[in-house]
Design a protein around this ligand. Structure first.
Ligand code: COA
Length: 330
């Protein structure tokens, strides 16, 4: 006997958008700033270039631009939005939350707006919170944004870190829809977030309002981060897929946080993921922290790779350590 699936409330990705600063900084440009070479950067990371914000481009302005494009893509106007969650580690000001600045620029005066801080895992955390707010009936239409200006917190004399990062923003619009409870229905299927604060000194910023009263600079033990990244990412992706009862071969696209080509290839090998199923934009964008996932997703949607109905797995790992994964049908 055929049973009709029950209806569930799902968070559907209604649209996406992104924004990049105008200025492109290539590895050749980088070699004029620190003692490095294009060969070294490409071989160790896969990065060829990154965008760097000028003084008038900030986390707020990039976030607003990405948000407007995501709303356009969804065919919605700002008045549809009742929640903004913005993931960033490089806010315009210590407070108020950059999300409220974006809210004001979009002319939205209802609902709520707040920032989420989970460094490079920020977008996955923000999506998990947005999904929970939608599923619990507290929001109908959420603008989830990842926006960063990491160039402002880099130590431009440290060649081990400044070559890795770039600036940018990405956004998605999540809309509540009541749909048949089936994996074939669009929307977020699984969210998983984790953190382990014992590793805070492997990747951190050496300043803050309550300690040094300064913003500080990014510090990292690259090898340690690398080692943990492959294991943590592979484990959480596996957990997310098992929770939805899907295998790597069922996933149409992997949209990872864009940290390092070798981390992505190592993870893919561990899980048996085909490399041509991975969306990689780090060659052009570098590591844009919380912005990298929505930025990569937007690129692949607009160039026609990711289509409606595709099963997409997002994953990230960042300072904290924090990490997480999200499985969604577009
Ligand atoms: N150009 C040239 N040489 C560089 C360099 C650069 N930009 N940065 C570091 N080096 C040198 C080091 O000084 C060192 O030289 P030495 O052997 O003479 O001391 C040598 O390269 C090796 O340094 P090491 O840090 O051990 O290199 P690595 O192979 O671990 O690669 C990373 C460095 C950062 C690329 C790598 O560790 C990495 O990708 N880690 C993960 C970082 C990451 O993704 N972080 C974000 C997570 S969200």
């Amino acid at each position: 006997m055929n049973q009709t699936p029950t209806a569930v409330r799902r968070s559907v990705i209604a649209g996406c958008g992104s924004a990049l600063p105008q200025r492109v900084m290539t590895n050749a440009d980088m070699s004029k700033v620190v003692d490095t070479t294009d060969e070294w950067i490409v071989e160790r990371t896969g990065i060829h270039a990154r965008h760097i914000a000028n003084d008038s481009e900030t986390t707020r302005t990039l976030g607003v631009e990405a948000a407007r494009r995501a709303l356009d893509h969804a065919g919605l106007t700002p008045d549809a939005v009742d929640l903004i969650i913005l993931a960033t580690s490089t806010p315009d000001q210590t407070f108020p939350a950059t999300a409220t600045l974006v809210q004001a620029d979009l002319g939205i005066t209802r609902g709520a707006a707040f920032d989420v801080q989970a460094v490079c895992s920020g977008f996955v955390y923000a999506m998990s919170v947005a999904d929970a707010m939608i599923k619990s009936g507290q929001a109908e239409c959420v603008l989830v944004i990842g926006s960063e200006t990491f160039s402002r917190i880099l130590d431009w004399t440290d060649r081990g870190t400044c070559v890795l990062f770039g600036d940018g923003a990405g956004a998605m619009v999540l809309k509540a829809e009541t749909l048949p409870d089936s994996q074939e229905s669009p929307g977020i299927l699984v969210t998983r977030i984790r953190s382990d604060g014992r590793y805070h000194d492997k990747l951190y910023v050496d300043g803050g309002p309550s300690t040094t009263r300064t913003v500080g600079h990014l510090r990292m033990e690259g090898r340690e981060v690398f080692k943990h990244a492959v294991v943590n990412i592979a484990t959480i992706m596996d957990e997310a897929m098992k929770a939805a009862n899907v295998a790597p071969k069922d996933v149409d696209w992997f949209v990872p946080h864009q940290a390092n080509r070798r981390i992505l290839e190592g993870t893919a090998r561990k899980l048996g993921i085909r490399e041509d199923r991975i969306v990689m934009t780090l060659d052009r964008h570098g590591n844009t922290s919380a912005a990298s996932i929505p930025l990569a997703f937007d690129v692949a949607v607009r160039d026609g790779r990711i289509k409606r109905g595709d099963l997409v797995l997002f994953e990230a790992m960042g300072g904290g350590f924090t990490w997480g994964a999200i499985l969604a049908r577009f």
